[in-house]
Design a protein around this ligand. Structure first.
Ligand code: ADP
Ligand code: MG
Ligand code: ZN
Length: 468
């Protein structure tokens, strides 16, 4: 058994040879990482102007989405040494070893700068520290403290960039996320249809394929699969071809391997059935369409039906043009209508409703209640505070300060407000049912659409003619 410095060499890995070309999809993550590559290429450019480049970036996303691969690709692109260690390696050490390993790692990195230090599975050492009675794991705590110290201590201008990866960002100690440490978060999400197709192609580069292979069809069927699972599918298909003594991988091989891999991952990841995918498409378009029809502008930047780590099945990203601090009564009412739009679409098209709207319901109710109890936006109560916010910084819980009678009136009014918004959203959607169908089908096909695509379809010429 070797101790401390003597086995330090294990960190050194020469340049990885992996580039962004080996990472399919994940364009947003690649874009965010490009700046780091540029910094490693010519730190002088940044120093000259006085800019401090980020010391660390945290890759966050579900397992198998290519976080490790991306980190290696950054090293490959920048053509610098890559020091990698996994969080669990620190913990299995003898007492005191973790901290000294960290010290060692950074010492070496400093000598080899410019270079990249990659800490995989950082949550194993970076878990939140308990303030009271920790479970006797001060080894881990010492390691974490050492890491924090090293991160603060080293000189970023030398060109050492620290990347880390985790699939459990919520469990990280906040100290790690402070400015000057891992202050950049790079989301690495599950791939959408286009991404899945690209990943299949990247991994099929080395595989002999028959002419009937249709990657689009395979990608379509593998909705919800991660990059690692897609890579696995290609390999499973190749193994199947070998087993059958064939020289080429066929479409049937690939189809078969989806099932092999899906059976393995159904429990882990959310894989939407075709029907569910359709419902989620209509639901998300419902939100976006109600929002767009109310304001006559592009209120959405992106709509996707790729299941998220958060548990959401679909997601409509709305970004206001400018930062908003004040909202008018009308705007809040519109927002409530938008929130109900998802459920409206489900009811309108499928004539039945699902559990998918629970978060929308919660938000709509909160807004409607706040209008009446806190924002003085009801005729009935006017500017009377019926509820006070206990602590606006911590979750914003509020406490009721009115008689039980009033409380029940408030409840009735909340119900009426949401109902009114719902009816309005329903009318907007049934008046524009054609567009709802068209947009939902399009989203179902593409899985992710941009706000521009959405507005284009919504405002196409035929549509304008049809209206007039
Ligand atoms: P993570 O670190 O996010 O768990 P990895 O980077 O270890 O995932 O990915 C495992 C493997 O899956 C990679 O080595 C690669 O073969 C494949 N893979 C994952 N995502 C991608 C992608 N976006 N493009 C190409 N291959 C990918
Ligand atoms: Mg990994
Ligand atoms: Zn919704």
């Amino acid at each position: 058994m070797q101790f401390g410095k003597s086995n330090a060499k294990v960190y050194v890995e020469s340049t990885t040879g992996i580039t962004f070309n080996d990472v399919a999809g994940e364009d947003e993550a690649k874009e965010l990482l490009t700046e780091i590559v540029d910094f490693l290429h010519n730190p002088g450019k940044y120093q000259e102007i006085g800019a401090v480049c980020p010391k660390g970036a945290l890759l966050v996303g579900p397992p198998g989405t290519g976080k490790t691969l991306l980190a290696k690709a950054v090293a490959g692109e920048a053509n610098v040494p890559f020091f990698s260690i996994s969080g669990s390696e620190f913990v299995e050490m003898f007492v005191g070893m973790g901290a000294s390993k960290v010290r060692d790692l950074f010492k070496q990195a400093n000598e080899k700068a410019p270079c990249i230090v990659f800490i995989d599975e950082i949550d194993t050492i970076g878990k939140k520290r308990d303030s009271q009675g920790y479970s006797g794991n001060d080894e881990r705590e010492q390691t974490l403290n050492q890491l924090l110290t090293e991160m603060d201590g080293f000189d970023a201008s030398k060109g050492v960039v620290i990347l880390a990866a985790t699939n459990r960002p919520d469990s990280l100690d906040p100290a790690l996320l402070r400015p000057g440490r891992f202050d950049r978060r790079i989301p690495v999400e599950l791939p959408d249809l286009k991404g899945r197709e690209e990943i299949l192609r990247v991994h099929a580069r080395k595989v002999k394929l028959s002419d009937d292979v249709d990657f689009n069809a395979i990608a379509r069927a593998a909705s919800g699969a991660s990059g690692a699972e897609l890579a696995n599918m290609v390999n499973e298909a190749a193994l199947r071809a070998v087993r059958d003594n064939r020289k080429f991988v066929t479409q049937a091989d690939l189809e078969e391997s989806i099932e092999v891999v899906i059976a393995g991952y159904q429990k882990k990841n959310k894989v939407l059935s075709t029907k569910e995918k359709l419902i989620v498409s209509y639901h998300e378009i419902g939100h976006a369409l109600v929002a767009a029809l109310q304001t006559n502008s592009a209120p959405v930047t992106k709509i996707t039906i790729i299941p998220r780590t958060s548990g959401a099945l679909g997601y409509t990203m709305q970004v206001d043009e400018e930062e908003r601090n004040l909202m008018s009564k009308e705007e809040i009412e519109n927002k409530i209508a938008t929130l109900t739009g998802g459920r409206c679409a489900e009811e309108l098209i499928f004539d039945s409703v699902t559990t998918g709207a629970s978060n929308d319901i919660e938000q709509a109710t909160k807004l409607a209640r706040a209008m009446i109890t806190r924002f003085g936006m009801s005729d009935r109560f006017g500017m009377v505070a019926l509820e006070t916010q206990v602590n606006p910084y911590l979750g914003g819980d509020s406490s009721l300060s009115c008689s039980p009678d009033t409380a029940s009136t408030i409840d009735d009014m909340v119900v009426a407000t949401v109902k009114e918004a719902y009816d309005r959203a329903m009318k907007l959607l049934s008046d524009n049912k054609g567009k709802l169908h068209e947009l939902a089908k399009y989203l179902y096909e593409k899985e992710t659409i941009t706000g521009e695509e959405f507005m284009y379809i919504l405002n196409k010429k035929e549509y304008l003619e049809e209206k007039s």
